[in-house]
Design a protein. Structure first.
Length: 274
């Protein structure tokens, strides 16, 4: 297994990669897929398709810096997938969204819950997936699950769940990251959608069976991720021993925003974008 520790290696001019710039360049759009309303951002760049799946507290715009960095070189489709408790149904929905957009074979990158869904996509639809990037995620949801967490979500309304998360976010010091999250999660993401995704983590089944060739897989992790501890990161490495691993210093759980240069360098190198 090849492990690469990345700091700030190659600048992508992140000061120009703002949420407003994304909205001016690649406006989000809403499409209907199998009766469900789904929000996406699509760049229609010249290269092969790349699907992006955000985490529980994310939207199609969460990868705004990756969409801006890679959007001209790749046909990037970032998906604000609907909340579902069934991982198999979620994986099939992602492929249905690709079908609706006329996308055949694709690379796929998922972060956190999106990274787990991406693994299900690769397992259920291996002929559709070329390369897989699993970022700040897990291969087994059980260490993240507990009866207490499940009960807390089930016994609170969507509005209560969202308010508690927003209160924790507002208690942090002011930063671009906080402003972006207040916009994306606080304004754009519905309370019902947020709660349903958090429930999906607690109810997720273990993925059984073979996936695609691990040589076509990148595990992207951070040394200080508060949600994916060192034990889970090591377990993923052991479960996918032939996968490439990129470790980003200081990226927390959101390196695509907090350590964009290192994140884009790792992803871009793996997907042949440099």
């Amino acid at each position: 297994m090849k492990v690469i520790t990345r700091h700030l290696i190659h600048p992508f001019e992140t000061h120009t990669m703002t949420l407003m710039q994304l909205r001016q360049t690649y406006p989000r759009q809403t499409i209907d897929v199998n009766g469900a309303s789904v929000e996406i951002v699509r760049t229609r760049g010249s290269g092969p398709p790349l699907l992006l799946l955000p985490g529980a507290q994310g939207t199609a715009e969460s990868f705004y810096r990756q969409l801006l960095a890679f959007g001209g070189q790749r046909d990037v489709v970032s998906i604000n997938y609907p909340g579902m408790n069934d991982m198999a149904r979620l994986a099939d929905m992602v492929v249905a969204i690709a079908d609706a957009q006329g996308v055949g074979r694709f690379d796929i990158l998922g972060s956190s819950l999106g990274g787990y869904i991406a693994q299900w996509v690769a397992a259920r639809h291996p002929r559709r997936v070329d390369r897989l990037v699993v970022g700040n995620s897990f291969h087994d949801p059980r260490p993240s699950q507990s009866k207490e967490r499940l009960d807390a979500l089930e016994n609170r309304s969507p509005e209560q769940v969202k308010l508690e998360i927003l209160e924790r976010l507002l208690a942090t010091s002011d930063s671009e990251f906080r402003q972006v999250m207040l916009d994306l999660m606080g304004v754009q993401q519905t309370a019902a959608g947020l709660r349903s995704r958090m429930l999906a983590v607690q109810r997720a089944a273990v993925l059984e069976g073979a996936m695609l060739d691990q040589d076509r897989m990148l595990l992207l992790e951070c040394d200080n991720d508060p949600l994916i501890p060192a034990s889970s990161r090591q377990a993923a490495r052991e479960h996918f021993p032939r996968a490439r691993v990129a470790s980003i210093a200081g990226g927390g759980h959101y390196p695509y925003i907090l350590k964009t240069d290192a994140y884009n360098e790792a992803v871009g190198g793996f997907l042949g974008l440099h």
